[in-house]
Write a protein of this length. Structure first.
Length: 480
């Protein structure tokens, strides 16, 4: 069939338009495509790996404040609560209260606030030690979450999902970056001897990632890891021969069972345990620290001793190349449903001095420039009183609040002396420069030299990410 000249030019014109449109689409895709981390080598799962761009932080110390610290009693003073103390407000927020039967009126903070440092950041009287560090801290006062119950809120802040089975932030970091010290775990958890937090060991789970990336629990006193040392001393030559034989037998066993990550993790764990026998004992030996250093943290004194030991150990671990250290404090130390005055004072007495000492110690040693310190819980608290059964206002506390919470960052790549974002007049909800949990995760990744869209793991045909399918932005305003 012959084609007319007019038809020919019509077809050519349509082809040119299609080619131009394809070129534009390719440009758009290229602009939104981010570099991806290559999967780690299964034979060397903890080998250091390249970042997507130059990192500001090499390590993270996550000070997790279990229970939900009250933002308007620590870093976000609300004069309107003073002016309207005792006024009814429950009717306006009935859907946001977990325990309506105990809801009371607006409640002012029992604590005085003052500005501190050259930056003039607000800090409550219950944190006098941290108040001396504000010029190194970026306070995020406009963060929010999406659930007001501990379990799902904890899963969300740790893993980006409200259900179990997903990798936690520390597991994603070690999966993406490996570690700088092959004789210590990449991800160390220093939980409280007083008890596991809500959700237990799920807080440091590797989820669907290879189990080698889950957190390793260290004890702050006594042997760091149980059964690490043999009961009977064996000559070094015999030990080396035994380990070489075990390694060869393990390799034969592994070759017969490919694609079995639990086996790989178990073999790696045994090999790491052998290397840790000296390294872990040294890292947790606080007797090598000066008396002045131990005293500055509060080691050996009540009520700071337990948390102080863990903060000092965290510094020693990142100093030795551990990638991610997470510290927990008791089961629910910040969950002040009643007696908030006494409860907040007690929580701060245990943690304030050790945390301030950690920041100053890292800074004095030049480690704060490459270590990201993160503080925060799973949600905040409400501005109304939560009353006990006898309705005694002197025993009042605060219920959970998903719409407003405060967290802070210090160290590598963070603008110190900054108060970012605001809540409304009574502290009920974030009102400007809002920060979601995915935003927070994306920002932490960014400081480690990672793009949150570029750290993926193929699971059931999906490219799983820490931020999942949720929109997330890096909070560039808090970056130095």
């Amino acid at each position: 069939m012959l084609t007319s000249r007019r038809s020919l030019f019509q077809q050519v014109g349509a082809g040119i338009c299609g080619a131009a449109l394809t070129h534009l689409f390719q440009q758009e895709v290229a602009a939104t495509t981010h570099p991806r981390s290559l999967p780690p080598d299964p034979a060397h799962p903890m080998a250091p790996r390249a970042t997507h761009f130059a990192p500001r932080a090499k390590a993270v110390i996550h000070l997790f404040m279990n229970g939900g610290p009250s933002q308007m009693d620590l870093f976000d003073p609300k004069p309107e609560l003073d002016r309207h103390h005792g006024q009814a407000y429950f009717g306006k927020i009935a859907g946001e209260v977990e325990n309506p039967q105990a809801a009371g009126a607006l409640m002012r903070s029992p604590f005085r606030f003052a500005r501190h440092g050259k930056s003039g950041c607000w800090v409550s009287e219950v944190m006098p030690h941290l108040a001396t560090c504000v010029d190194d801290i970026a306070f995020i006062r406009s963060m929010y979450t999406t659930n007001l119950t501990h379990e799902p809120a904890l899963y969300l802040i740790q893993s980006g999902h409200m259900l179990p089975g997903h990798p936690t932030f520390g597991a994603w970091v070690t999966y993406a970056l490996g570690t700088l010290n092959q004789n210590l775990p990449a991800y160390v958890v220093l939980d409280d001897p007083g008890g596991l937090p809500v959700n237990g060991v799920d807080n440091w789970s590797a989820g669907f990632l290879p189990p080698v990336y889950q957190g390793t629990r260290f004890r702050a006193t006594g042997a760091p890891v149980l059964n690490l040392k043999p009961e009977v001393e064996i000559p070094e030559t015999v030990v080396n021969l035994e380990r070489d034989l075990i390694a060869r037998l393990d390799q034969v066993h592994r070759d017969r069972r490919p694609h079995y990550p639990q086996l790989d993790a178990r073999i790696s764990a045994y090999a790491l345990a052998a290397r840790m026998q000296l390294a872990a004992t040294d890292a947790l030996d606080l007797s090598t620290e000066s008396a002045q250093t131990r005293e500055s943290y509060g080691v050996g004194k009540a009520p700071t001793d337990s948390y102080a030991r863990r903060c000092l150990i965290a510094r020693r671990l990142v100093e030795r190349g551990v990638r991610f250290v997470q510290i927990y404090i008791d089961r629910q130390i910040w969950d002040h449903h009643d007696r908030i005055d006494a409860g907040m004072r007690s929580s701060c007495l245990k943690t304030d001095q050790p945390i301030a000492a950690l920041l100053k110690d890292l800074k004095q040693r030049g480690l704060l420039d490459e270590t990201l310190v993160v503080w925060g819980g799973e949600f905040g608290r409400l501005p109304i009183a939560q009353l006990p059964a006898d309705k005694d206002e002197k025993k009042a506390g605060r219920d959970h609040n998903k719409n407003a919470m405060c967290t802070w960052l210090a160290g590598a790549g963070v603008r110190g002396g900054l108060m970012y974002g605001e809540t409304d007049d009574i502290g009920l909800a974030a009102s400007s420069q809002k920060v979601s949990v995915p935003d927070w995760h994306a920002t932490l990744f960014h400081l480690l030299g990672l793009h949150h869209e570029g750290v993926v793991y193929s699971q059931n045909g999906l490219d799983e990410k820490l931020t999942s399918v949720h929109p997330a932005r890096v909070i560039k305003e808090i970056l130095a």
